[in-house]
Ligand binder design. Structure first.
Ligand SMILES: Cc1cc2nc3c(=O)[nH]c(=O)nc-3n(C[C@H](O)[C@H](O)[C@H](O)COP(=O)(O)OP(=O)(O)OC[C@H]3O[C@@H](n4cnc5c(N)ncnc54)[C@H](O)[C@@H]3O)c2cc1C
Length: 498
């Protein structure tokens, strides 16, 4: 007799959706295992406080390896460790990418699932044909608007760029009020939207403070997991149907490798017996590089009520592209890397720029064979020179917007980059956008980690469902796409009879 039908590793954006959907029928026995704590931190509910969450127990912490094409500095690699995972510490921008940026599962494949996740009822200008009105996650644009966001949209019009409705659909190019995963002034996250309503189901067992050490196998079949709660003994749990790994773009490849699924030579080097030689595990790591033009304000910038990024734009850096490759946004704080000169928090603002279809690829590799170790994370920022080119073009667009009459009353001076060379500046003032993805890539080719139904190659009874399965990043912030991937995966899993 097995303990459960499904075991889900990781209660993040994806794992929370899966746990709620797979237990919905009341029959399948579901175990959800999460390393983080059961109780949310009070700060999680306070949207403008989100940057402070990086310094709390809800972040796994850790840094990248030195970024050779970006000043040889390391960058922080935040990722959530809590019920709700990264959705509880993220910046709450909520949007889809442009259809041209979806590979593997297309925008149209995901459309019903984007809609199933979100709840925009009561929000004007949202078309129910393409947006969800009844999903568990409440989202919508800023209710209390920051005056810098309003002035920025006037700047957009002044330079002749389009202002669009429903920017977050991913279908519109131009600037607009982005949807935020904020409702009634509080964060909406995977835990509150999916787990809270499901947690008392008799067939759903949620265990927190639990680190999964490895996956267990009988022959080729994944039969369960080995885990430890705090300092307690190693414990096992078995699954009659499937184990689903939803440990995120860093945690999922790490757990596969610790379980013997990955590049054989690397695994042997760490003394891990090889179960399946899948060289692509941990490869193809991607993030959107983030920079921007930082201004010293002519007056005190009022405190934000939302996430510091209410208005955003999807822009093409040049002709001949399939879709927008830049995101340009008003950030109501002076955003820059640690140590870089600039104004105090309430005396500056930023026109942020991110490259949304990066060509650079990096990796996640094991540092050692201990579960819970921080792996070697290399996002490989700017290793593809075209990403740096796109960033520099974006900085020029940001500067044009920043120099407008619409922002004259706010602007004292350009604090960064000032008279610095834009290429040197872009490499120096690089921040992670924390949209890590791609390390368990989905594909039809034998070189991919999971197939088109997210089943891990080389074994049975095992899927990966989270940001790691994306072959490439969508040209929008990732959370909405992760939710949609998990919603679709829950249908595949429930319908597979595996
Ligand atoms: C600081 C920050 C800001 C961001 N801002 C935005 C934003 O504004 N908009 C947006 O769209 N996206 C944003 N993102 C990205 C977005 O939140 C993520 O892409 C998304 O949440 C990833 O979901 P996931 O399910 O793949 O992983 P996660 O949500 O990270 O979930 C993985 C879960 O697995 C658990 N876990 C891992 N390993 C183990 C193990 N061995 N045993 C047990 N549990 C384990 C983790 O604790 C975690 O809870 C941000 C991310 C961060 C970190």
């Amino acid at each position: 007799m097995t303990d459960f039908d499904y075991i889900i590793v990781g209660a993040g954006s994806a794992g929370s959706v899966l746990a709620a959907r797979l237990s919905e029928s009341g029959t399948a026995r579901v175990l959800l295992l999460e390393a983080g704590d059961a109780e949310p931190l009070p700060l999680m509910a306070v949207p403008p406080a989100w940057p402070a969450l990086e310094g709390t127990s809800a972040n796994w912490g850790g840094h990248s390896v030195p970024q050779t094409a970006a000043g040889d500095r390391t960058v922080s690699v935040p990722r959530g460790r809590a019920l709700g995972g990264s959705s509880t510490i993220n910046a709450m921008s909520f949007m889809r990418g442009h259809p041209s940026s979806y590979h593997g599962w297309s925008y149209d494949d995901l459309l019903p699932y984007f809609k199933r996740n979100e709840n925009l009822s009561g929000i004007a200008d949202r078309d129910p044909a393409i947006r969800g009105m009844h999903g568990p996650l409440r989202v919508g644009p800023a209710v209390t608007r920051h005056p810098l966001s309003t002035a920025f949209l006037e700047a957009v019009t002044e330079v002749g760029r389009p202002v669009v409705r429903d920017y977050s659909s991913g279908l519109r190019e131009g600037f607009g009020w982005a949807d935020l995963s904020i409702a009634d002034g509080r964060r909406s996250d995977a835990a509150t939207a999916y787990l809270l309503p499901a947690k008392d189901r008799a067939n759903l067992d949620i265990r927190t403070g639990v680190l999964v050490h490895r996956l267990l196998f009988a022959g080729e079949r994944c039969t369960g997991v080995e885990y430890r709660a705090g300092d307690g003994p190693l414990t096992t749990a078995s699954a009659a149907r499937e184990v689903v790994v939803s440990a995120g773009a860093i945690g999922s490849p790490q757990l596969l490798m610790l379980s013997g699924i990955g590049p054989a030579a690397d695994l042997r080097r760490h003394g891990i017996p090889v179960r399946a030689d899948v060289p692509a595990v941990g490869r193809n790591l991607q993030d959107h590089p983030l920079s921007g033009v930082v201004y010293e304000a002519a007056r005190t910038v009022p405190p934000a009520a939302n996430n510091h990024g209410e208005v955003q734009g999807a822009v093409r850096s040049r002709d001949g592209l399939d879709g927008p490759d830049l995101q340009i946004m008003m950030v109501d704080v002076p955003l820059r890397r640690d140590g870089l000169d600039g104004p105090e928090l309430d005396r500056g603002y930023t026109i942020g720029v991110s490259v949304m279809t990066p060509h650079s690829r990096g990796s996640v590799r094991l540092a050692d064979a201990r579960p819970g170790s921080t792996p070697l994370v290399d996002p490989g920022y700017y290793t593809a020179p075209e990403d740096l080119e796109a960033m520099v073009r974006g900085l020029r667009i940001a500067r044009e917007l920043g120099d407008t009459t619409a922002l004259k009353d706010w602007r004292s001076r350009e604090a960064q980059p000032g008279d610095r060379d834009l290429y040197e500046y872009a490499r120096d003032n690089l921040r992670p956008y924390n949209h890590f993805a791609g390390t368990c890539r989905m594909g039809d080719d034998p070189g991919s980690v999971v197939d088109g139904e997210l089943r891990v190659r080389g074994v049975t009874g095992l899927r990966v469902v989270d940001a790691s399965v994306m072959p490439s990043l969508p040209s929008g912030n990732t959370n909405a796409t992760v939710y949609a991937i998990a919603e679709r995966a829950s249908d595949l899993i429930a319908g597979s009879g595996a």
